[in-house]
Write a protein that binds this ligand. Sequence first.
Ligand code: NAD
Length: 295
Amino acid sequence: CMRESYVQETGHSVGVRPGLRVVVVGGGGRLGRRFVQAFRESGYEVAVLERGDWDRAAELVQGAGLVLVSVPIHDTAAVMAQLPPLPPGCLLADLTSVKAAPMQAMLAAHSGPVLGLHPMFGPDVLTFAKEVTVFCRGRGEPGEVDWLLEQLRLWGLRLHAAQPEEHDRHMGLIQAMRHATAYAYGLNLSRERPQLDELLALSSPIYRLELMMVGRLFAQDPELYYDIIQSQRQHLELIRDYHATLADVIGLLERDDRDAFTQRFCEVREFFGPLGEQFLNESRVMLAQSKDRAG
Ligand code: NAD
């Protein structure tokens, strides 16, 4: 039937609690919109609370079973504090890329169930299938909270539990560092002023892929990346460490110190252990596949 084929196309299946009222704060934004669409397609009654809607916030959250906050990182705490009282059993959740501060803000704003989420993907994914989403349990009985996790699973998301502080530490390395180094790499490349088409003509698939990972960053929103890099004070420490490592590498190259280069190389190889070999094989397969697709 039509409904089924539509569901298969979008990857969104029928809801765990169809008919439940869901309010998405910031639901007009890039990521929020995707979740608004997903909930609607799964039969939920969805309302959006945007910047101009605060005068009718109390009315909007009336009878809500879920309030999901998806506003910019630096607005999250203020928005949590501004929320009107929610129905007692209503689940308060968020999609913020950092977790410790928003979790505290949610627990302070609402005495009912609280769940923190961090979708590890952007609004540009074709479907939710196999994308990773981190969740942090805040408060609430499994019966009040787990339906949402089940709903996310039904949409194809892979869930991973984490503690907020540990999540934020790891995100420093996974996101802030990678974005900061890609930003610096892209900035440096643009200042070297190479002819991009010539660079690409010289690039075999692996180099094209590396260039792509940098270039795609600059096709997106500077605000989001600034916010992610600046979301925690510790990130600056990580980036300073990186700067010091880069200085160390420049030093050994200036000294023409092949032994020091090799010694550090072996240190890193040991750090990666068997994963190094595994990555070599996996990337070989991936590159072969991308060549097949390119024809
Ligand atoms: P966005 O700027 O596209 O959307 C944010 C929305 O919030 C906008 O529609 C804005 O009008 C609204 N908003 C701002 N202040 C508000 C207020 N006071 N009251 C009500 N609405 C308000 O941002 P986004 O990229 O969709 O990101 C939203 C959240 O999702 C952020 O916390 C971000 O960390 C998280 N996130 C984003 C991505 C991504 O790739 N975009 C990935 C994972 C997580």
